[in-house]
Design a protein around this ligand. Structure first.
Ligand code: AMP
Length: 288
């Protein structure tokens, strides 16, 4: 497994590879099964699979969160190799943001201002869009793989790629979950055993909403209350629980077509997000 640290070395390595296509999996390291599922998807599709490992400082709104972010490159390289990656791109901050760096890629509108943008500040998605644009320019991958767990990130990246005419296919991979349904996240490592148990209320709340929808409840206000009740029972601090349009992320009054239910909570000061795609029964029936 090769590890390269500069864009120049990365381009050389890509030039040496054959022309079976390049798949890129952008990560911030602390790899877990969720990341590895993206690597495996890339492996299936392409001859050269590159995993980038870069804790991007510009997307953190909280310096303490950035400092506390888990880092273990040797382990990441081993795990990436085990899932079939060919190359790890692990630049330092100066490589990605050289002295005098003054460019920001900004996606505007409700897709960046609502939900995560509202809670973490609009600079969060500026940081995400800028680093993803830089990675896509550095690698020129045929496909780039992202997790559906960060649903808003996928929407923002798709918008940016379309607007800038970047010729990369954006692939959204299903959320990988632990036993009990908790979405895998690098932040789960910071949960105490009791916080981990309480965090199971997140997937339970999403299942509650799915269950109510399957029994015919389509009112978004009622569905949200059902989910909030589950979260409150475990005293989780809810930042938001919303039912939104999957493309524009505007709040919906009722679920008469596929909708995204997104949630963000804090458990013992660890911030966790999750989501589920809601499909009303009549839409499911129409698919059959
Ligand atoms: P991160 O290192 O947290 O920036 O995540 C890197 C990529 O892995 C992002 O596209 C995430 O959406 C994706 N990812 C993180 N957790 C999961 C998960 N549980 N299932 C699937 N993809 C995930």
């Amino acid at each position: 497994m090769r590890v390269v640290r500069t864009v120049a070395a990365l381009r050389e390595a890509i030039a040496e590879a054959g022309d079976g296509g390049v798949g890129l999996v952008p990560t911030m390291g602390a790899l877990h099964e969720g990341h590895l599922s993206l690597v495996r998807a890339a492996r299936q599709d392409h001859e050269l699979v590159i995993v980038s490992v870069f804790v991007n400082p510009t997307q953190f709104n909280d310096a303490a969160d950035l400092d506390a972010y888990p880092r273990d490159e040797a382990r990441d390289v081993e795990l990436a190799a085990s899932a079939g990656a060919d190359l790890v791109f692990a630049p330092n901050v100066a490589e990605m943001y050289p002295q005098g760096f003054a460019t920001t890629v900004r996606v505007t509108g409700s897709i960046t201002h609502r939900l995560e943008g509202a809670m973490r500040g609009s600079a969060h998605f500026d940081g995400v869009a800028t680093i993803v644009a830089k990675l896509l320019i550095a690698v020129s991958p045929d496909s780039a793989y992202f997790g559906a767990k960060d649903a808003q990130q996928v929407v923002v990246v798709r918008r940016m790629v379309a607007d800038l005419g970047i010729p990369t296919r954006i692939v959204s991979c299903p959320t990988s979950r632990e036993e009990g349904g908790l979405a895998r996240s690098s932040r789960n490592a910071r949960l105490s055993p009791s916080a981990r148990t309480r965090a199971l209320a997140i997937p339970r709340a999403l299942r509650e909403i799915e269950g109510a929808l399957s029994h015919g409840e389509m009112d978004a206000g009622v569905l949200k209350e059902r989910g909030l009740a589950v979260l409150r029972a475990d005293e989780l601090e809810v930042e938001y629980l919303e039912i939104v349009d999957p493309d524009g992320l505007e709040a919906l009054a009722s679920v008469t077509r596929p909708a995204l239910c997104v949630v963000a909570v804090r458990v013992e000061n660890v911030r966790l997000i999750d989501n589920v795609l809601l499909t009303p029964a009549h839409a499911l029936a129409a698919e059959r």
